[in-house]
Design a protein around this ligand. Structure first.
Ligand SMILES: [Fe+2]
Ligand SMILES: [Fe+2]
Length: 237
């Protein structure tokens, strides 16, 4: 069956009439966002509230945690509306993404996660801003300013930590341990799923293009702004 990429699906009511391939692709993306937003909120954002060193930092961290749970709630709601079984919209037996396996133990690590993992998330959400399924496109547009706030939060607190030699060393150490997990977040190069998403007008860019863009933006943040070093990663071209 061939599907035209340029045919947008404007409402949830139109969704059941869309090509099966389109429906399946959309469900896959919504499912993964719903699961990952909840997973991240549980293992990083909520625990980080107790690591935040001041009432001000705790307040902002609460806001970040609230928004990440909110992202889950919104994606889950959309998922339910397009027929994804409820059990598939929360983390289950499936192994979580490797970026969530990092055992969060310090405030510095959390700031680095917001700086780098939320930048990676921004790229993913950016790619959906022109998605042919308008309810998902609208959700991406609603989520984007919050993801930008999370990355900005990471940048601001990392800059503050880097003002002391001890803080700089801890931020560099967290970057060295966390950054290597991120390139895999963009998926395999030459991915067939990704080719399908682009053909159907759901996504815009190849996984390898997004990864290269991420590496470029991460390097600018870490090296130009924080004046730290981004570790070399093999095999990410
Ligand atoms: Fe999020
Ligand atoms: Fe976020």
């Amino acid at each position: 069956m061939s599907t035209t990429a340029s045919q947008p699906v404007k409402t949830i009511a139109e969704f059941p009439a869309a090509a099966a391939e389109f429906q399946e692709a959309i469900r896959k993306i919504v499912r993964s966002h719903a699961v990952n937003e909840l997973y991240g909120a549980r293992v990083f954002d909520e625990p980080a509230i107790s690591f935040a060193p001041t009432p001000y930092a705790k307040w902002l961290t609460c806001r970040v945690a609230m928004e990440e749970y909110g992202h889950h709630v919104r994606f889950r709601e959309l998922g339910e509306q397009i027929g994804i079984p409820a059990a598939e919209l929360v983390p289950g037996e499936k192994k979580p993404l490797s970026i969530f396996a990092f055992p969060l133990a310090t405030w510095e690590e959390f700031c680095v996660i917001k700086l780098l993992a939320d930048l990676a998330e921004i790229l993913q959400v950016e790619d959906l801003l022109h998605c042919a399924f308008h309810p998902l496109r609208n959700l991406a547009r609603m989520t984007m300013p919050e993801e930008r706030f999370h990355a900005q939060f990471g940048r601001d607190f990392c800059l503050e930590l880097c003002r002391t030699p001890g803080g700089r060393a801890k931020v560099q150490d967290a970057i060295d341990r966390y950054f290597p997990m991120l390139p895999a977040f963009f998926g395999a190069s030459g991915s067939r799923n990704n080719a399908t998403y682009r053909r159907l007008g759901i996504k815009q860019r190849r996984n390898e293009e997004m990864r290269a863009d991420f590496l470029e933006r991460a390097r600018a943040l870490v090296e130009d702004e924080l004046k730290l070093k981004l570790p070399e990663i093999a095999g990410t071209a």
